[in-house]
Design a protein around this ligand. Structure first.
Ligand SMILES: [Zn+2]
Length: 245
């Protein structure tokens, strides 16, 4: 990578970081500079002008820093009807309190939903998917889930439950479905076909055995669940012993 390209890449990374964490871009630029050992962005620019170069290890470090900081959840406005329907549906759920706020927590078709008055968080079955936080727009700043500490606690409760749900889903699967062999070969949970490379018939995404085992048979590209209805969704690409019909 040339120096100009590296600088452009650093700016793109800072922008991503700023957007993900809802902070001003100049603050993100300073944080990126700090990752590279400079007190702030301007010092980094001065150093680059004087011939300083980020090596590939440092670039990887910044990439990792930004990836780690990607949002814990994505926020959207919920519709009041859908949210009140969801709360009544969760009547059978486990009830608890986070601080002064009551919550209900339940598994719904392998997703985990935790919800309270005017907010809900869905942790999808797909371990690679980002949790979705819904709030009622007219509650504004009153909504507890906008408090980072509350959000963290609610997310932890839902994620712990999601981990149990995922463990239960894969409990009947062959061990080779979640643990690739040294060649990266995994076994499809239902058909027992083995391959080190798979593709998603939803998005044509190419998926390695390691990736698909880690994502519990969800497509990393489009999120589709690939452990069931395999004749429609799924086929082995390379090295599979036979094809699905
Ligand atoms: Zn896909």
């Amino acid at each position: 990578m040339t120096e100009t390209k590296k600088l452009r890449r650093l700016k793109v990374l800072a922008k991503q970081y700023a957007r993900a964490n809802r902070i001003a871009q100049h603050v993100a630029l300073d944080l990126v500079a700090e990752e590279l050992g400079f007190p702030h962005w301007n010092k980094l620019i001065t150093a680059i002008k004087n011939g300083w170069q980020a090596d590939s290890e440092q670039m990887t470090g910044v990439e990792a820093f930004v990836t780690r900081a990607l949002p814990a959840a994505s926020f959207r406005n919920g519709s009041p009807e859908a949210m009140s329907r969801r709360l009544s549906y969760l009547e059978q759920a486990e009830h608890g309190m986070i601080g002064d706020h009551p919550y209900q927590l339940q598994e719904v078709f392998h997703d985990v939903i935790i919800a309270g008055d005017g907010w809900s968080i869905t942790v999808p079955e797909n371990p690679g998917a980002i949790p979705i936080v819904e709030t009622l727009p007219d509650l504004g700043g009153e909504c507890p889930v906008l408090d980072p500490e509350f959000l963290e606690r609610a997310l932890r409760l839902a994620r712990d439950r999601a981990a149990q749900v995922r463990a239960e889903i894969s409990i009947d699967w062959p061990r080779r479905s979640t643990k690739p062999d040294f060649g990266g070969v995994v076994r499809h949970p239902l058909s027992h076909v083995e391959s080190d490379m798979w593709f998603c018939l939803h998005c044509n995404g190419k998926i390695t055995g390691g990736q698909i085992a880690q994502s519990l048979w969800h497509c990393p590209g489009c999120g589709a669940s690939l452990s069931t209805s395999l004749t429609r969704h799924f086929g082995p690409m390379i090295r599979a012993s036979h094809s699905f019909r």
